[in-house]
Structures are given as structure tokens and as C-alpha cells.
Ligand binder design. Structure first.
Ligand code: HEM
Length: 327
């Protein structure tokens, strides 16, 4: 499979920001018809989330009371290029869709890095534009980070990226929501929270040197094998923000001493044959009892994920649905 790296820049200037950002992603990483424009390669798994009731005082959200709910989990390599090897891009994604008792859904979309590199959609798009125009051949992570460095707010992200290592398993990494959300309880009290998934198996990583020797889809195979001998589990924690903690800035982590509460457990039981074509993990789809903060990146994701999904569904039309297991 080969990506088409050409971009019509004149077209980008006319289109909404989310379309421009996707055009720049395609210019940087290549165009891979039918694939997500970010986190292109991944697999879906089924599982069950069991809340422990400890969030009930803070939120009315149906999946955070007492009853267990089914979930779909998608683990993904963060690269927009589905051919990129697991070992080359340590950032990984864990997207969870909770199927609520009323058949509605809500999504919690996390990565193993606790901050993002841009505070606004405009900065995000500018960094990609710079990367697209600087590009000679497919830029690697190091050259992308050099460009991101031009944005002062990306310091925390860049420092973490220098340290992040490939997880030994998708089931052996911590995953963070990055964004804050509001929990709202039956009395209308609002509490800002961030989410953290903690793996039952603990955390383990590869050194950079070992990571590049691994197979292209090493993590997919590792998880397949792991699930043959039983479920993979994560506990879900929330971190409670103080009054002064920023709720609209994904480039800043809250201080590590903020109170954390464990609110439930996820058990991943098996792999799905295919990810449904129309599965979109929009992080702004929230039930009663949870609301978005004013974080502009969070709101922009709603637009970008929808535009990406439109592109890939259009591309898949006529090619036969469900024919690529790991899209
Ligand atoms: C300007 C901000 C961002 C943009 C424009 C963006 C863009 C995208 C796009 C286009 C997709 C593919 C959507 C689809 O086709 O279904 C995607 C997937 C994903 N993004 Fe982002 N993203 C942004 C920020 C973030 C942040 C802050 C996180 C971390 C919490 C994140 C984590 C993920 C994950 C885990 C996936 C894979 C979801 C799946 O498995 O379907 N993204 N992103």
C-alpha cells in the first residue's frame, strides 16, 4: 500500500479549518484511502466496564453508577500512516465506547502521553502546515518535533516525547484523557475531572534500541496472544481538579498531588473480527452527568473526527464494506 503525498494547498485555503488540518495531515503523512487520518492502524476489542459506584456522588452518568456496561475498545498506533511500525511511534491510543443502558453511547479517547502539543486548533493546523511545507520525503517523528518546538506551549509535550518509550503491550501502558471534563451530580454540582486508565498488569516498555527491531504490528500480535489466556484489564481513575487548575488547556498537566479516585474496572475479553466502518470515537459524545469544558481542542476534535470519518467512508464506498480488519 502506497500513500499519495500530494496536497492541493489552494484548496486548503478555501475550506473549514478541520478540512485544512486533514489536508495537511495527508500532505505530511500521505493519503491512505479508507483509513482514519490519525491513528490509522488499530484493532477493535469487546469488553465490559464495571463501575464501583464511587463516581455516583459526582455524576449522574449511567455508566458510572452500579451497573456494568458493554464496551468497544480500539487500540491504535498514533501514526497517520498505517504502514508505520509500532516501534517507530511510541504514542499509542486507547479509545473506549461505552454502550449505555438506553442504547446511547459515550466515548472516552485517551493516549499514553498526558498532554497535547497545541492549545488551539489554529496552532495545531499551523504546525501541520509548517510540517507539510518543510517536508522532503515522509518526515520522521524527530523532524515533526523540531517544528512543534516553534510553539512555546508545546514544551511539556516535547519533553515527554523525549522520554516516552514503546509499551511492551497495549495492556501495559497508562492512558490519559488529556482534556478535562465536568462531572455534574443530581444536585447540579460541577467538578472538573481528568481520566487515567491504569493497567492491571503494570507498566513495561522497550528501550528505543529494542523497539525498532520489533515486527511492524508487534503490539497487535502481542495482544492477540495475551487475550488467548484471559482478559486484559484496566482500572479507571479520575483526577479531581482544584478551582485554579486550567480546564481549557490540553498542553498543561494538573499537579500530581491532586486527589484521584478509582471509579471502575475494564475487562477486555476478545478481539472483534472487524471494527465497524462507521465507528467514530468522538470524545464530545457525552451522556447526562458529564459535560465538555471550554477546551477549544476538545471541541475541534468533534469536527475533525467527523470530517475524517466522512473521507474514509466515502473512500470505502464501492470497495466493499468491512474488508480491512484493522482500519
Ligand atoms: C487538534 C486536535 C486533534 C485532531 C485534529 C485530531 C484528529 C484526529 C483524527 C482525524 C482522527 C481519526 C478519526 C476518525 O477517522 O475516526 C483521530 C483519532 C484519534 N485521536 Fe485525535 N486529534 C486531535 C487531538 C487528540 C488528542 C488531544 C488525543 C488524546 C486524548 C487524541 C487521540 C486520538 C485517538 C486515540 C484516536 C484514535 C481513535 C480511534 O481509535 O478511532 N487526539 N484524531
Amino acid at each position: 500500500m502506497k500513500g499519495d503525498n500530494t496536497l492541493k494547498f489552494d484548496k486548503a485555503a478555501e475550506s473549514p479549518l478541520e478540512e485544512q488540518s486533514l489536508d495537511y495531515i495527508e500532505a505530511v503523512a500521505g493519503k491512505f484511502p479508507g483509513y482514519r487520518r490519525a491513528h490509522a492502524r488499530g484493532n477493535c476489542y469487546q469488553g465490559v466496564f464495571t463501575p464501583n459506584g464511587k463516581a455516583a456522588a459526582l455524576t449522574d452518568a449511567p455508566h458510572l453508577q452500579e451497573e456494568a456496561v458493554p464496551v468497544i475498545v480500539r487500540f491504535s498506533n498514533s501514526s497517520s500512516n498505517p504502514n508505520h511500525s509500532d516501534g517507530l511511534t511510541p504514542p499509542k491510543g486507547m479509545a473506549v465506547q461505552f454502550i449505555l443502558p438506553n442504547d446511547q453511547i459515550t466515548n472516552l479517547v485517551c493516549t499514553n502521553i498526558p498532554v497535547f502539543f497545541a492549545r488551539t486548533p489554529e496552532t495545531f493546523t499551523e504546525v501541520l502546515e509548517l510540517a507539510a511545507s518543510a517536508k522532503k520525503g515522509v518526515p520522521d517523528l524527530t523532524s515533526f518535533l523540531k517544528i512543534a518546538k516553534q510553539v512555546p506551549e508545546s514544551t511539556a509535550f516535547i519533553d515527554l516525547m523525549k522520554e516516552v518509550r514503546l509499551p511492551a503491550s497495549y495492556a501495559m501502558a497508562q492512558y490519559f484523557s488529556i482534556h478535562a471534563f465536568y462531572f455534574i451530580n443530581s444536585s447540579g454540582r460541577r467538578q472538573a475531572v481528568k481520566y487515567i486508565w491504569n493497567p492491571d498488569e503494570g507498566m513495561s516498555t522497550y528501550t528505543k534500541k529494542d523497539a525498532i527491531k520489533l515486527l511492524h504490528n508487534f503490539l497487535d500480535e502481542e495482544l492477540d496472544e495475551r487475550l488467548e489466556s484471559g482478559p486484559a484489564g484496566f482500572t479507571l481513575n479520575i483526577q479531581l481538579g482544584n478551582e485554579d487548575d486550567p480546564v481549557d488547556d490540553p498542553t498543561i498537566e494538573w499537579p500530581g498531588d491532586r486527589q484521584q479516585i478509582t471509579i471502575g474496572h475494564l475487562s477486555i475479553t476478545g478481539k472483534m473480527e472487524n471494527c465497524p466502518d462507521d465507528l467514530v470515537f468522538d470524545p464530545t459524545i457525552l451522556p447526562q452527568g458529564i459535560e465538555c469544558t471550554d477546551d477549544p481542542i476538545l471541541h475541534f476534535r468533534h469536527l475533525a473526527y467527523s470530517a475524517s470519518s466522512d473521507r474514509r467512508l466515502r473512500e470505502k464506498e464501492g470497495r466493499g464494506k468491512g474488508d480491512q480488519a484493522s482500519i
